[in-house]
Design a protein around this ligand. Structure first.
Ligand code: SF4
Length: 149
C-alpha cells in the first residue's frame, strides 16, 4: 500500500510493504504517527523539522519525505493521470490506463527544469494511492514507476 501525506510544505511517503513496525516514527513524533488512527499520519500535529528528522530515522525505508517546492500534485481521474502544477501550469504527469481491474502506469514525466525535487515520486505515489483506494491492482510498465513502487 502506498500513501502520501501532505501539508503546504512537505510530503511524507509511506510504503506499507516495507514497514516492519519498529515504531521509531511513533516514538519520534507522537501524535503525527499513530497506528490504529485513520489516517495514521497527521502532519498537522507536528512541526516540519521534527517530522523530517523522524522520517529520516525510519529503519526500513518505508517512510520518505520531500519538500513540495510550491508544486501541487492533483489526481485527474477523467484524464487518467496525476498532474504536477506550478500555479495553473502543468509541469509533470503520471499517466495510467484502467481496464477495470488493473491500473497500468505507463508514463511518468517532469519538466527537466523542475528535476531533482521529488516531484516524479509524488506523482507515482499519488497515482498508486488512488488506484489502491479503488481496489485496483497496479502494473507499472513505466520503468521509473516500477522502480519507485
Ligand atoms: S519507523 Fe518506519 S518501519 Fe518503523 S513503524 Fe514507522 S514507518 Fe514502519
Amino acid at each position: 500500500m502506498h500513501r502520501l501525506y501532505e501539508n503546504e510544505d512537505i510530503t511524507v511517503f509511506w510504503d506499507s510493504d516495507k514497514c516492519f513496525h519498529a515504531k521509531k516514527c511513533v516514538t519520534g513524533c507522537p501524535g503525527v504517527f499513530e497506528f490504529g488512527r485513520k489516517p495514521w499520519v497527521d502532519l498537522s500535529r507536528g512541526d516540519n523539522p521534527r517530522i523530517w528528522q523522524t522520517v529520516k530515522q525510519c529503519p526500513s525505508g518505508a517512510l520518505d519525505i520531500s519538500y513540495n517546492h510550491g508544486i501541487r500534485i492533483e489526481f485527474d481521474e477523467e484524464g487518467c493521470r496525476s498532474v504536477a502544477l506550478d500555479g495553473d501550469g502543468v509541469i509533470g504527469e503520471c499517466d495510467y490506463e484502467d481496464d477495470g481491474e488493473e491500473c497500468t502506469i505507463y508514463h511518468t514525466e517532469v519538466d527537466p527544469a523542475y528535476g531533482g525535487k521529488g516531484i516524479a515520486k509524488r506523482l507515482v505515489f499519488k497515482t498508486a494511492e488512488m488506484a489502491e483506494r479503488r481496489k485496483k491492482k497496479i502494473n507499472p510498465t513505466c520503468s521509473y514507476a516500477a522502480k519507485v513502487l
